[in-house]
Write a protein that binds this ligand. Sequence first.
Ligand code: TXA
Ligand code: MG
Length: 326
Amino acid sequence: MRISLEDAVAKLRQGEIVAIPTETVYGLAADASNDIALQKIFATKQRPADHPLIVHISDINRVADWAECFPEVAVKLAKAFWPGPLTLILPAKNHVSRVVRGGESTIALRVPNHPMTLALLEFSGLSVAAPSANLFTQLSPTTAEHVEAGLGESVAVLDGGACKVGIESTIVSVTAEGHWQLLRPGMISEDDIIRIAGKPQPQNIMGSDKTLAEEAKPKAPGQHALHYSPRTPLFLFKDKIMLIQECEALTQAGFKCAALLIGKGKQPNCNVVQLPNKPVEVAERLYSALHELDAMKVDRLLVELPDNTPKWAAVLDRLNRAGHRG
Ligand code: TXA
Ligand code: MG
């Protein structure tokens, strides 16, 4: 069900959940200060309660509502990348609900870069918790259609078009002492972070730093097998030749395949989605391509991996979590 910005604000104020567009993926939003509303996110996504949520805020001045401290290195990162696809994990204020933090002592914050959602946050004065608007472990949505296909037609969606970045934000945790750690790669690369924050500290530090690193670890996203997965079994290939051979073998054995290819070259004898050999464009279209391939209802999805170089780190991370190596 598509709804207007005004209706989205009204629903959020009433403690209802609404799917909202961001530049990365669609989020399933609820008022971050309303525990009953937050419970609806966990129930709808079928997400375990110990998985903390990202709180989306309208601007940098709202950090103080949630975080106990805002170390200088985090301020620099926020100023460099917000609004944008960066989530900062900071020590939480005591009053912050355990529901939104999933029992952690920290809180995840980000200012999303989507005009509709920024307008919603500014106009409503709310901060909204929003995990990706998909069932737990399934493919993330990058269009309103994906949200409806995954969560059902009855979910309220604010349609903001196709997401431009296309994969989830980069997550960086920063301790009270200003030490940082990359928890999830995204299109803001580790090198981009290092340029602003300097090199990360070694993690064998005593005191609260050690605690945070240890606490953050089990909660780092996608540690579960089959995160970001399509329903069709997905297999990964280092090059087109191996993928084409596997496609031939599977076809002979009576299995139907479809393939995702990166860049031009020889093609397998099956349905193909081909993406240009460019990280930014592959990221933007990755989940759409996987949703499209999944909808073909074949027996196997065969995916060509891009080069194992830093500029492909975020795309490789998502593909490696979605698939099995061929
Ligand atoms: O781009 C994004 O980040 C999207 C859009 C909607 O903003 N959101 C998103 O949310 O990807 P979600 O819930 O699918 O992934 C957020 C991840 C969770 O897997 C959780 O483990 C991690 O962030 N996270 C949140 N709070 C944390 C905390 N306090 N400590 C460690 N990890 C945390
Ligand atoms: Mg997710």
